[in-house]
Design a protein around this ligand. Structure first.
Ligand code: SF4
Length: 643
């Protein structure tokens, strides 16, 4: 049994920032017996960012709990260590450790990483290196864990294919148990054929992608050839996993309560998974289809249980578009009734521009707490909103914010993207007009002058498995210039300038994210070069260096015939092989292409939500053997006797 590293770590903790993040022992954390080697499967689960970002991650919390509930299985958590502790660990020879029992990560059977963003890739390399696990999968030996990636970024794991033993697409709840069963059987048999045989067994199961079993070729011009299986029994395409009955998996049941400050300090319940609104830029909406709702009664039970077990006084009702739950009105009303007069507050982090949301927001703020309201029209002009298939009219938006301001809200946040396909300066400058109209309306309906509207802008990054996967990304110079003009336009009118906040950083990180999102295996050399040059925590502006990434591209892509522009600002053609073509999200590629053509066609009509209109054959349900699962159930939340 590996010894705890805590005694070696502890003397150094007073010298690092926020040492509490490395201590573990949070409420609801679990430390299980190490168990006999032949029958126990041990997972180290990593969210490759700092504890404050990683701990609240729902995906990791759910898998941690499911694995620890399973017999002969244990899971512990590990997070990215900050550079100050990394330096000490290197100097003192302390390997990457789990926060639960402070066991060395290399002692586990599986290292599972959950990537919600590609900007965590360099942190994975730090963890592997600190753990003493070879960076390249082919160099790993029999004593090294199997390194498996999941999360949304795993839908194109090719840029990190050389560092991974495997990747899993889609919902993790069932597949982590299936993987554990394969590992347990192989261990129980005395590990026949070593790790390559274990990986083969995982690959032939059809639901685990093992990059080493697929050969990738390149043309003389740098173009990509199809990925071809090189091992008998390995499927030509690897399919995603879809959990079909969310009510049977009401996790997290024992939410972790952080010891240090984290980005979200609330208990979150996922009220449905998937989204079929059809926003063309949205990878999450596309890859998580179809919609599967949790029932109102399960949601009520999960909220009650989560609050009791954790002591949190804020509950977030999560999903990609929470107000779309068929019984959201009853859920909001029922929960507001249940917790009326208590210190429990409810929030709906993701809302569409819809006046109905104000009714919900009123329910949620009954106990007096009134957080800001955020709406995401995404496109600056009505034309852009049609291109992205997010049909919010200016009238809708003004009506919604008017309702918010007249109900006492003073602050509304609007989120937009810049750099969308076909966008011009004029489309983005319309955001200024819209913000001014919002303020004018807010002043009119509230009778107050101290109304604020914050315009927050993100750079658009085309993502795999979306209709925009073929689009050219806007270069960062044009993005920055376009947004400089918008800022001037907002500031130019003294009547409104002070009432409108403007949030935008710069376009450079978006180009790196674009490179990593749509990259192929050659991009792995860039990531490694960046990491060797000191790249860490690329999602943090104070650590991110665009210059380092560009220098690494020059060096690592030399002689390949491709460069960073080839990966980012270049439009793809229909015939081009995409790096993720052998990874099956269920979406039909021809349907995606037609949707991309519709985006470019000014005469095309809106694609409706298939929850309320006939199926438009995106391919997911027949391909995955799934179906939309929505209410109404007609149930109501009854008051809790404890309240
Ligand atoms: S296959 Fe049809 S019903 Fe299923 S998600 Fe796609 S459009 Fe909707």
């Amino acid at each position: 049994m590996p010894e705890s590293l805590f005694a070696r770590l502890e003397p150094h903790l007073p010298r690092v920032q926020k040492p509490i993040q490395y201590v573990g022992g949070e409420l609801n954390s679990v430390t299980k017996e190490w168990g006999p080697d032949e029958s126990t499967v041990r997972w180290a689960l990593m969210y490759p960012d700092a504890y404050e970002v990683g701990l609240p991650n729902q995906g990791v919390q759910i898998l941690y709990e499911i694995l620890n509930e399973a017999e002969d299985t244990l899971a512990e958590r590990t997070y990215a260590v900050w550079p100050d502790l990394e330096a000490i660990m290197r100097a003192e020879g302390i390997p990457q450790f789990t926060v639960d029992s402070h066991r060395p990560v290399r002692a586990f059977d599986v290292l599972g990483l959950s990537f919600s963003t590609e900007l965590g890739y360099t942190n994975m390399l730090t963890a592997l290196d600190l753990a003493g696990i070879p960076l390249h999968a082919v160099d790993r030996g029999e004593d090294d864990p199997i390194v498996i990636a999941g999360g949304h970024s795993a839908f194109n794991p090719e840029p990190i294919a050389d560092f991974l033993d495997a990747a899993v697409l889609g919902d993790g709840e069932e597949v982590v148990l299936a993987i554990s069963a394969v590992v347990r059987e192989w261990k129980g048999e005395g590990r026949p054929g070593g790790r390559v045989e274990l990986l083969r067994r995982l690959a032939v199961s059809g639901g685990v992608y093992v990059p080493r079993f697929y050969d990738v070729s390149y043309g003389n011009d740098g173009s990509l050839g199809a990925a071809v299986p090189n091992t008998p029994g390995v499927p030509a395409r690897v399919t995603k996993h879809t959990l079909m009955d969310l009510d049977s998996w009401p996790y997290p049941r024992n939410p972790l309560v952080p010891l240090a400050e984290t980005v979200h300090e609330r208990f979150s319940v996922e009220i449905f998974r998937g989204c079929t609104r059809g926003c063309r830029f949205c990878q999450a909406g596309m890859i998580t289809r179809p919609v599967r709702e949790r029932s109102i009664s399960t949601i009520g039970d999960m909220v009650e249980n989560g609050i009791r077990k954790s002591g949190f006084d804020e509950v977030g009702l999560l999903s990609l578009s929470s107000a779309d739950h068929t019984e959201i009105g009853d859920i909001a009303h029922g929960l507001a009734d249940r917790y009326d007069g208590t210190n429990v507050s409810l929030s709906l982090p993701s809302t569409r521009v819809d006046a109905f949301n104000i009714t919900l927001a009123n329910e949620f703020s009954r106990n007096g707490r009134r957080s800001g309201l955020t709406f995401a029209p995404e496109g600056g002009s009505e034309r852009m909103r049609k291109v992205i298939n997010k049909m919010v009219t200016e009238e809708d938006l003004i009506r919604t914010v008017a309702a918010a301001y007249s109900h006492g809200w003073r602050q509304v946040k609007l989120y937009f993207m810049c750099g969308l396909p076909t966008e011009t300066d004029a489309d983005v400058l319309e955001i200024a007009d819209l913000a001014k109209k919002v303020i004018a309306k807010g002043r009119e309906v509230s009778g107050h002058n101290d109304i604020r509207c914050t315009v927050s802008i993100g750079g658009f990054v085309p993502k795999p498995h979306t209709p925009f996967q073929w689009a050219a990304q806007l270069d960062h110079e044009t993005t920055d210039e376009r947004l400089r003009k918008l800022r001037e336009e907002v500031r130019s009118d003294k009547r409104y300038g002070r009432a409108i906040g403007f949030r935008y950083h710069d376009g450079k990180p978006g180009i790196v994210e674009g490179l990593l999102s749509r990259g192929d295996r050659r991009v792995g050399r860039v990531i490694e070069e960046v990491w060797r040059d000191g790249g860490r925590f690329d999602g943090w502006s104070e650590h991110f260096s665009y210059e380092r990434w560009m220098a690494a591209c020059e060096k690592a892509l030399a002689g390949t015939g491709v460069d960073v522009d080839w990966y980012t600002t270049r439009e793809r053609t229909y015939d081009e092989v995409l790096p993720w073509d052998h990874l099956d999200s269920g979406l039909d590629k021809d349907w995606l292409w037609e949707d991309w053509e519709d985006a470019l066609d000014p005469d095309s009509v809106e694609v409706e939500d298939c929850r309320w209109t006939p199926c438009y054959d995106c391919g997911v349900c027949p391909e995955m053997g799934t179906d939309i699962q929505i209410g109404p159930t007609g149930q109501k939340l009854l008051p809790l006797s404890v309240v």
